[in-house]
Design a protein around this ligand. Structure first.
Ligand code: ATP
Length: 248
């Protein structure tokens, strides 16, 4: 059972990356240890992309040691995505805007027919002798932080949506409670069902990028094994387990 208690939370003012810090201490740390910071100077997303982390946002990484098969690690990203969704829905549902999940690791908001990212998840793991040694999940949520102009067309903060400051501690504690719920109690099929229900699955073809190759196709479904199934323009069916969905 995952139980996150106050004594497992390491609170910092500023750090290069909570993810890098967590990975250094992961071997010797208990499950549920969290590194949370006010500012990251080198926050990152997948494939070493930069995650802008100015003061006012929620930035943390959590160390997990689940006893699951190594090919089931994807489920933890999806459990965290659902926990973030539940947390943010509490605030966003009071507006006319709607939250969605964008495969595999983003939480976005639909505004003016465009999807803007409010939160991202980065999952990294260490495997030893075919067993999970640890998994570190990093979370960035745009709460009250400013975003650079260069990201205005793709990113948004909770403050921009709700027009008010929401206490970071409140968002954090709510997210932890929701994550404990999904981690401890939700089986894979239930998680995937809920993940699918909240995902963007456009009717029109999308561009998919995998290992620098570009594909055009329609998303058929998100599978219980974590993959995304596409029908490509030449009608072949393809399953991807990593990559980027680009929405027009
Ligand atoms: P995409 O949204 O293109 O699918 P991704 O899911 O791979 O990207 P990550 O790699 O997790 O995204 O995050 C890094 C990307 O997110 C950056 O390249 C940038 O475009 C965008 N980004 C950076 N900082 C923020 C932020 N604070 N809020 C929203 N988006 C951000």
């Amino acid at each position: 059972m995952l139980k996150i208690t106050n004594n497992k939370i390491i609170r910092l003012k500023k750090i290069s990356s909570t993810q890098d810090y967590a990975k250094i201490i992961a071997d010797k740390s208990d499950e549920g240890t969290i590194i949370i910071t006010e500012i990251q100077t080198k926050g990152r997303g997948r494939y070493e992309r930069k995650w802008d982390s100015q003061k006012g946002g929620l930035y943390f990484s959590i160390i997990l040691k689940p006893q699951i098969n190594i090919n089931k690690t994807f489920i933890l990203t999806y459990k965290m995505a659902l926990a973030i969704l539940d947390t943010l829905k509490y605030f966003v549902n009071k507006t006319e805007l709607k939250l969605f999940l964008k495969w595999p690791n983003d939480i976005v908001i639909k505004c003016n027919n465009k999807y803007k990212k409010i939160s991202g998840i980065l999952t990294e793991s260490s495997i030893k002798k075919n067993k999970i040694n640890w998994i570190v999940i990093g979370i960035g949520i745009n709460a009250n932080n400013k975003l650079p102009k260069s990201l205005n067309h793709i990113a948004i903060s909770l403050k921009e949506i709700t027009k008010r400051n929401i206490k970071i501690e409140f968002i954090f504690s709510s997210l932890i409670k929701h994550f404990e719920k999904y981690y401890n109690k939700y089986p894979t099929n239930k998680v995937m069902e809920k993940y699918r229900e909240n995902s963007i699955i456009p009717e029109v073809p999308i561009t998919f990028i995998n290992n620098q190759n570009k594909y055009t196709g329609k998303i058929r479904k998100i599978r219980n094994d974590g993959g995304i199934e596409l029908t490509l323009s030449d009608r072949t069916k393809t399953i991807f387990y990593s990559g980027d969905v680009v929405l027009s």
